[in-house]
Design a protein around this ligand. Structure first.
Ligand SMILES: [Zn+2]
Length: 309
């Protein structure tokens, strides 16, 4: 879904100055990647988890629940919950250009926010994607560690299973957003800066690409066929996730090229349909691998936070 602070909102600047949100008239089924794209990414990830992941995460009921949760954070954008909306809207994107201009990305959200404020800027203008995704992934890993503990002790695991399913589905939203190139750039809804190739500067491209075009043209079969084989993401989760976002960002100009060729109108072009299927598949593959990695790493013993106190 488009961020709250869209340049197409005529009173955005004044409202922002007043500390208020700009409430836009969203398309009725609005959602990042649209509802359809997010549901598809989550469903494909959950239904392709390796067999050594516990069955409660792979069952038909689990796939259904994780799919339902794909668009969940977009359900938190209502003016009926203004504080929630203001806090969570920046978690769907990061504009890598202004973020990188401030130096290396700190690992912790509050360190990044402090850096942004110190530069006289606002975190909600730049975005908080990698921190939110990392934190939700860590919630999932903590829940899966608790699951292992309860199971080993012969106790009821139904409560923690529900928690883990929620975290996995919630995580899927951000990982899905992270495969959409326009969620990684200050060119998120119209080209900005030097424009020798004459890319659109209108404010339609974001929703046109991720909403109606996906809903009308992309189907599970062709996206599933483009997914990678499951793998354990060794190494550091934050570094892995930022690398994933940077790879996505390499496709920003491609989106504008496809738009210029009429790729997101109606049925688009073969190139635009293949590109979009690849992006959705990249999101589904990454989500599946992050859930798998959380499961494997949940076996690692956790240090006691109260040791020595
Ligand atoms: Zn989103």
């Amino acid at each position: 879904m488009l961020r709250a602070s869209l340049p197409s909102c005529p009173v955005h600047a004044a409202l922002a100055a007043a500390g208020l949100l700009c409430v836009l008239a969203q398309p009725p089924a609005a959602g990042a990647w649209g509802n359809e794209g997010h549901r598809l990414i989550n469903r494909l990830a959950a239904s392709t988890l390796p067999a050594d992941v516990p069955a409660f995460l792979r069952s038909e009921a689990a796939v259904h629940e994780i799919e339902y949760l794909g668009p969940e954070p977009d359900r938190w954008r209502s003016p009926a919950e203004p504080e929630l909306n203001a806090a969570q809207a920046p978690e769907h994107f990061i504009d890598l250009e202004p973020a990188d201009a401030l130096g290396p990305l700190p690992r912790r959200r509050l360190d990044f926010e402090a850096k942004v404020f110190a530069a006289g800027q606002r975190p909600e203008k730049i975005g908080l994607q990698p921190w939110e995704a990392t934190e939700v992934w860590e919630r999932l890993k903590a829940a899966l560690r608790a699951y292992r503990g309860l199971q080993a002790a012969g106790k009821d695991t139904r409560g923690v299973e529900a928690a883990a399913l929620f975290y996995a589905g919630w995580l899927g939203h951000y990982v899905g957003d992270g495969s959409q190139p326009l969620h990684t750039t200050d060119k998120y809804n119209g080209w900005v800066g030097p424009n020798p190739n004459g890319y659109t500067t209108g404010h339609q491209i974001h929703w046109q690409f991720e909403g109606p075009f996906v809903a009308a043209n992309l189907h599970e079969r062709e996206v599933r066929a483009r997914m990678t084989a499951p793998k354990y993401l060794g190494g550091d989760v934050f570094d892995n996730y930022v690398a994933y976002l940077r790879h996505t960002a390499t496709y920003v100009e491609k989106v504008y090229q496809l738009e210029k060729a009429g790729g997101f109108v109606g049925a688009g072009t073969a190139a635009s349909r293949e590109f979009t299927a690849d992006r959705l598949a990249a999101g589904a593959s990454m989500l599946r691998d992050m859930i798998y990695t959380a499961w494997l790493e949940s076996a690692n013993p956790a240090p006691d936070p109260y040791a020595g106190k």
